[in-house]
Structures are given as C-alpha cells and as structure tokens.
Design a protein around this ligand. Sequence first.
Ligand code: ZN
Ligand code: ZN
Length: 238
Amino acid sequence: MKIRLLGTGAIYSKCNCASELIDDKILVDVGNGVLKELKKGQYDFVKLEMIIITHLHADHYADLPALLLNLEVEKKLKPIYMVGPKDLKNKLIELCHIYYQDFLDEFIKERFKFIEILPETKSVDVLNNYPILVQKVDHCQIESYGYIINHKLGITGDTCLCEEVCHIFENSEVVIADISMIEGTVYHMGINDIETIRKKYKNKVIATHLRDDTREELRKRHIEDILVEEDGAEIVIS
Ligand SMILES: [Zn+2]
Ligand SMILES: [Zn+2]
C-alpha cells in the first residue's frame, strides 16, 4: 500500500491541511493546499476512484470545489465515490455555489456517487480489495469518522483520545493519527495521548494534523515508530 502525504499540518501551521492519497486512487480529506500538492506531484487525476471525508470542518473539505473544477476538465474520469458524513452532498453543493455559482451542479450529479454514513454503517465495500471500516470518533460535537482501509491502514481523523481510537489501533497495522497538540485536549489528541496508546498498541504511527510547535516537539523527542514527515512524503507499507 502506497501512502502519499499531501498535507501533514493543522489549519494554523505552515503545512497543508492533513490529507492522504492511498495507492493513487483513494483521497482522504481535501483541506486547503491539497489540489496544489497533487499538481506538484503531477498526479494523474484519471486514477482517482474515491474521496473520503472525515468530517465537515473546513480544513478537511474546503479545497473540494477547486479539486472538482480541476476534475471537470479531465474528460476520461470514471465515476468517483464520495464517502463521508450525513449531509456531505448538500454541504458540498452549497460550498461549490459560494465558489463558482451553479457551475459544478451537473458535474457533481453525473460523476459522483455519494455514500453518506448512517448510524448503522459499519463499512463501505464498493472498491475491489479496499474494504473500509468506519469508526465514529469524538471531535467537537460534529459527526466525525476515522477509517480502517484494507484491515491495515487506520486513519483517526480529528479526534480526542477515546475508546474508538483504541479500536482503530487494535484493528490496523499502521495508523495515520491526529496529533495536533503537545498536550491533548477534548478536541484533538496530543503527543501525550499517543504515548499512552502506544503502551498498549505497538502500531507504527504516521503523525498528521500537526501544529508547528507540536511537529518541533515530536522531532525533538524521537519516539520510536512515530514518523514525522513533510508534505509530499511517500510511505510504502507491506
Ligand atoms: Zn475538525
Ligand atoms: Zn482539522
């Protein structure tokens, strides 16, 4: 499995907002900077099969209108699955209206298959060889999801330390984890939370959604098996 980190930062940081491209076909979160980062890597947009959104905070989906406008010019596109919280389709259309009036309405209707997560949704199984388990997490009283892709790659999304995060660690091998803060809060995990989890679960962790001071602190601490990468880094997991 190939993971390209399109963004590793928080909204207040020098880096792009947290986003990952998995095996060139699954894009997780589309905050600001993501389209530019895909362009820098000369990404072939025809390969895109699914976009997964963790939650509807701007730093996780505000670059979608720009991405969609770019996709609109790629004539060979396959239909793309768009997975995320309830109301994703309406919110996306509203956002596109703010950016570009109704220009993208038809494109959204024709090219995207929306899968909005319901309380009973446990998994999304539409892409061959990529079963996606859904795990509701605890973040700012907004509907927010973590995911486990192919029983291997966990993605916490924005979350505080909660039971569901432990579930993601337990059921995956490598975890892309929100470590926004030095000390965790009720909204975001911190370095202390990841140290707590890793007393029990030994997964390799890819740190993301990092504030600049958190990135610096994580680098100083050199914690074994916690990767602190820059935007654009590529990681292959077997
Ligand atoms: Zn958030
Ligand atoms: Zn965020």
